[in-house]
Design a protein around this ligand. Structure first.
Ligand code: UT7
Length: 331
């Protein structure tokens, strides 16, 4: 019988660097309400969003991901040539193929890296972290660049008052590599394809004409809200149990920035102590799908609410429906 060599595993993986890109253009609730029957008060009360950022025409998934990637590389002190993999979590890249990841790899000079996009919507970043953790510990890769990047303003119908105010643009990136102690807890993840209609992006010629992106997004907001509040607390608890930590060990809770009321419900269910900082980046960034968790993590670190080595609990959830949760040490 032939036996094959395998890569040599390493003991521990963790986050080595973090970087983000936020588009310059701030879009207020009043501006959104020019096209829908709504108002600033309703949007703030029902979602928590005060303003969001929309990318300009020259800012694409690729340019935003590239900027976040360069910031993460600098934060980690890693050169692009050292990367073995560039993985982008996105649902808004213009082409089915080639991937955004191949363009970003070329743009940053990651000449030794494999490159792939993954589609797990708003859970994409946490899914990617679970995959990268396994790849590093198995020895398949030494350094991985994981980016969540979205230009949702291209696929939102700004006349749909169920989604127009919610979704926005941005990118967040991390470098994952070998660490002295384990810095990423086991990922608790799952998928429920029976609810595929809850949030769906479908081909749409009108959007293609307006924005150049061939898809439009529709969402059954209440259905997603109920599912998230009903299931994500349990996923978070499982992620802490699997890692052998409790809420007392947490410095911050960084859920997908879907709706402040979902975050409030999860904070209550998890009985988080007062010392745990709660990510509320949705107030200024809106819901940026796969970019929301790294953007929210970065804001907490920028504000000094968390520091390197602190433990955070993250959970992503969205179209699929899919979800992924894990704890991790802040880079
Ligand atoms: O990122 C992927 C995952 N996505 C999510 O997790 C999103 C989850 N869902 C949500 O965040 C919420 O469902 C929304 C923020 C999208 C909507 O909030 P809601 O509280 O679920 O609103 P609703 O659809 O239940 O509507 C409540 C009321 C309705 O009026 P009546 O029937 O009570 O008189 C709607 O017609 O609010 C009305 N409404 C609005 N009013 C002003 C719905 N949209 C708007 C609006 N402005 N934009």
């Amino acid at each position: 019988m032939i036996t094959l060599n395998t890569t040599a595993p390493v003991a521990h993986a963790g986050l080595l660097g973090l970087g983000v890109f936020r588009p310059e253009r701030i879009v207020t609730n009043d501006e959104i309400c020019q096209k829908i029957d709504s108002n600033d008060e309703w949007i703030q009360e029902r979602s928590g969003i005060i303003e969001r950022r929309h990318a300009d025409a020259h800012e694409t998934v690729v340019t935003m991901a590239t900027a976040a990637a360069l910031a993460a590389l600098a934060d980690a002190g890693i050169s692009p040539e050292q990367l073995d993999m560039v993985m982008i979590a996105t649902v808004t890249h213009r082409y089915q193929t080639p991937s955004a990841a191949v363009e970003v790899a070329a743009a940053i000079g990651a000449v030794n890296a494999a490159a792939i996009d993954s589609s797990a919507a708003c859970a994409g970043f946490c899914y990617g972290l679970g995959i990268a953790d396994g790849m590093i510990r198995s020895g398949v890769a030494k350094y991985i660049l994981l980016i969540g990047a979205e230009k949702l303003s291209e696929i939102v119908n700004f006349e749909d008052r169920g989604t127009a105010f919610l979704f926005a643009d941005g990118a967040g990136a991390v470098i994952i590599g070998e660490t002295k102690v384990q810095g990423i807890g086991p990922t608790i993840w799952g998928a429920d394809g029976t609810q595929l209609d809850a949030i769906i992006m479908e081909p749409d010629v009108f959007t293609a004409e307006k924005t150049g992106n061939p898809s439009v997004l529709t969402m059954q907001g209440q259905q997603v809200f109920r599912w998230a509040v009903g299931q994500m607390g349990d996923a978070c608890t499982q992620a802490m149990t699997a890692a052998g930590v409790s809420v007392a060990d947490l410095a911050a809770f960084v859920p997908h920035q879907a709706n402040n009321r979902i975050t409030d419900a999860l904070v209550k269910q998890l009985n988080l102590p007062d010392h745990v900082a709660i990510a509320r980046d949705i107030q200024y960034s809106g819901n940026t799908s796969a970019a929301s968790v790294p953007l929210a993590l970065a804001r907490l670190r920028e504000n000094g609410e968390i520091k390197s080595g602190d433990l955070v609990l993250m959970v992503g959830f969205g179209a699929g429906l899919v979800h992924a949760a894990q704890v991790a040490l802040v880079p």
